[in-house]
Design a protein around this ligand. Structure first.
Ligand code: PEP
Ligand code: MN
Length: 366
């Protein structure tokens, strides 16, 4: 009796191995089909084909399993193949940590962003308004140890009658001020037609929240040799944001930095809601550096210090902040830019000062 059971069990073991071998062969063919479908931009899930396969199997079924059991067993196999194809497809994304598990370090001018480098600070006015204004801010922030300067020459404004930026003249003024003070320039590009201009004047192209899904602009910036700072759209999901970065990388630009700048929610005490989990998730899902724009996130001066601490504590590779010599008369974002005194206090309170690295270690542990 015992011998008989053992015999039958041995046959089952054999069949299990055969089934496993057949399943693996099937999975490899499904992977090959998935690859062709991805290349053609087709969905991996084809319900008509699945139905045809199930019908053929039920037709061939002579028992002892019921049709329903056969159906459910094969549905499980189909699902496992689909999962395999999806995992494989994710591995294709250039932004994904699955393709590249080391942190990418993006060099802007002489400043490295990301990896184990100290968090950077990008400071400067919302908009470049005049030679005197840009010079005053550049001189002040550079004297405080800042190395990356921001300032918009082309401004995306809600109201078409409000200040739109100085255009090329603004870029030229900012470039000159940056050169005088050893700063690298980050400025927003709104139009693919301006690429040559930015290649000439800027060190990093900023793609603003409102243009995060301007695919023509993304493709153009992806072909540029300048690094790109990609802001998250006002109502963009993390996936949409990462896909926008994928557009840049797919065109050949490996130097992409993500920037969380707050998203639209129902909350009115803040201009936007800083999505801290998005910072952590972007770092988990991608290998790109991630910054936090604390000015546009909260839209409030009294939140700059806590939002900076939150951003750095959750792993941001740097912070962006707006500084103006006299915010009350600023031509844009008057309520949220800080004057020099407030900026200096911010550096002290956050420990975010190149000369205060000891304090930073004390506050953040790195
Ligand atoms: C900016 O940084 O100048 C700006 C307009 O920001 P955002 O695109 O995030 O609104
Ligand atoms: Mn602004």
């Amino acid at each position: 009796m015992d011998g008989k059971i053992q015999n039958l069990r041995a046959r089952i073991d054999d069949l299990n191995l055969n089934i496993l071998d057949l399943l693996s062969q099937r999975a490899r063919i499904a992977e090959a089909i998935g690859e062709v479908q991805s290349e053609m931009g087709l969905s991996h899930y084809d319900p008509v084909r699945e139905q045809q396969m199930l019908e053929a199997l039920i037709e061939a079924n002579d028992g002892p399993f019921t049709d329903a059991t056969v159906k459910s067993l094969f549905k499980q196999i189909f699902q496992a193949s689909m999962q395999l194809e999806e995992t494989q497809e994710k591995r294709r994304y250039l932004t994904s940590r699955r393709t590249h598990d080391q942190d990418t370090v993006v060099q802007v001018g002489h400043v490295p962003i990301g990896g184990k480098h100290s968090p950077v600070l990008i400071a400067g006015p919302c908009a470049i308004e005049s030679a005197a204004q840009v010079e005053a801010v550049a001189a002040h922030v550079a004297a405080q140890g800042v190395t990356l300067f921001r300032g918009g020459a082309f401004k995306p404004r809600t109201d078409p009658y409000s200040f739109q930026g100085l255009g090329e003249e603004g870029l030229r003024l900012a470039r000159e001020a940056c050169d005088r003070h050893g700063l690298a320039l980050v400025s927003e590009i709104m139009d693919a037609a301006h690429l040559a201009l930015f290649e000439e004047y800027a060190d990093m192209l900023q793609i603003g929240a409102r243009n995060m899904q301007n695919f023509t602009l993304l493709k153009a910036a992806g072909r540029s040799r300048k690094p790109v700072l990609l802001k998250r759209g006002l109502s963009a999901t993390i996936e949409e944001w990462v896909m926008a970065a994928e557009y840049l990388m797919r065109e050949g630009n490996p130097n992409v930095v993500l920037c969380e700048r707050g998203i639209r929610t129902f909350e009115r005490y803040t201009r936007n809601t800083l999505d801290v989990s998005a910072v952590a998730l972007a770092k988990l899902e991608t290998h790109l550096p991630v910054l936090v724009d604390v000015t546009h996130s909260g839209g409030r001066r009294d939140l700059l210090v806590p939002l900076t601490k939150a951003g750095l504590a959750i792993g941001a590779d740097g912070i962006m902040l707006e500084v103006h010599p006299n915010p009350a008369v600023a031509l844009s974002d008057q309520k949220q830019q800080v004057d020099f005194e407030t900026f200096d206090r911010y550096l002290e309170e956050t420990g975010y000062h190149s000369k205060l690295s000891e304090k930073r270690r004390e506050v953040y542990g790195f």
